[in-house]
Design a protein around this ligand. Sequence first.
Ligand code: AMP
Ligand code: MG
Length: 404
Amino acid sequence: MSGCDKPGLLPVEEALARLLALAEQAPITDCENVGLNDADGRVLAEPLVSTLDLPPWPNSAMDGYALRHADWQGEALAVSQKIFAGQAPAPLQPGTCARIFTGAPLPEGADTVEMQENAEVLADGRVSFREPLKAGQHVRPQGQETRTGEQVLDAGTVLGPISIGLAATLGQAELRVRRRPRVAVLSTGDELVEPGTALGAGQIYNSNRYLLKSWLTRLGCEVVDAGILPDDLARTREKLGALSEVDLILSTGGVSVGEADFLGMALREAGELALWKLAIKPGKPLTVGHYQGVPVIGLPGNPASSLVTFALLARPYLLRRLGVQDVEPLGFSVPAGFTWSKPGNRREYLRGRLENGRAVPSSNQSSGVLRSAAWAEGLVEVREGTTLAEGDMVTFIPFTEVLM
Ligand code: AMP
Ligand code: MG
C-alpha cells in the first residue's frame, strides 16, 4: 500500500474529485453574448452548431484549370472564362475549361481541377494537360469540412485562437459564453507588505496576490482584490462578510494549523469548514468551506504551495463551475533525469524542466521558493511510495497546460 493510505492524508485525486463535486453543486450558469474579439479564454455556454455548409460551394484547391472530367478525352481545351476567388462564375461552356484560382468557386458543370504546373498553354490559347486526370481532383467539395446542422464545438469549450477562428469560419459574430466568475483574492498574514514599500523588520512582500491575480485574469475571471488581511479574527470576519457578492473567495496563508489560523476560525463560526491534509508536496494544508454561503478555498501561504495547489486543484474547480469537462492538465510521460531514492507519503510536484527530453528538477524545491518555478517549465510528478532511477518514466505537466 502506498503512503497516501496513511490516515489523514487525502490523495490528490480524491481531493480533486471532492472539489469537482462541490463545483458541480455550484455551477455559474449566467450567460452573455460576446463578440469574437472578446471571446478568448471564455467558456462556451452552448454547443456551436453550424448554420452553413463549409465550404459553401465546391471550390478549387489549386491555381489551374477547371473542367468536366466525363467530357474530356485528353484533347486540348479552350479557356472559356477566368475565375478568381470572390467571383461568382458562369456555368462552364461544354467542351472548354475555365482558368481558376485557389478558393474560387467551381463553375457549374465543372468537377475537376488540374494544377497549372501540369498544364501547357498552346500558341492558340488552348490548354493541354500532360498527365491523366482523376475525376474530382483538386476540388474541395461543398460541406467537406462541415455540414449544416453539425455540432462543431461542445458546450464547456474554453475558447482560444483555434475555436474562435473556427467560429469565424461559420460566420458567427458572437458566441454565448458563461459569465466571468468573480473571484476575491485575499492574502492573509501580518508579515505581508506590498511591493513598492520598504520592508520593515519581519516583513516580506506579498507575492501570492500578484501570482493569483494575473493567473485568474488569464483564466477569464473577474478578480476582486481583497488585499491583505491581518492575522486577526475580527478583521477576518469583517473581510469575509464584505465579500458576499463573489463566486469564490480564494485566500492564501493562515491554513497551517498554527495559532494564526483565523480563516479557519471564522469559517468554523459562520459557515462550513473542511481542513484537508493533502498527500501533496508542496501544499499539504488546504481549506475548503463556505462563509455565509460563499465558497472559500484557502491555499497554503508558501508561494510554491499556492502555485501547485492552484494549478492542480483550484483551477480545475473554477473551470468545472463554468461547465468545463476537461479540467485536468495534460501530463506527458518523460524519462526522469534524476534519481529518487526515498519513497514519500505525499505526491511531490517538483518544479522542473526538460533537458534533452528528460525531466530535471530545479535545485531548490523549498515551498517558499518561487524562483525555482520561474526557472522551471513545469511540474514533475513523483508519485507517493515510489523510487526512481534515471530513465524511469515520470509525468511532466508543462506550465503552459495550467496557465490558461
Ligand atoms: P501561513 O500558511 O500563513 O503560515 O504561511 C506559510 C508561509 O507562506 C509563511 O512563510 C508566510 O510568510 C508565507 N506567505 C503567506 N502568504 C504569503 C504571500 N501572500 N506572499 C508571500 N508569502 C506568503
Ligand atoms: Mg500566515
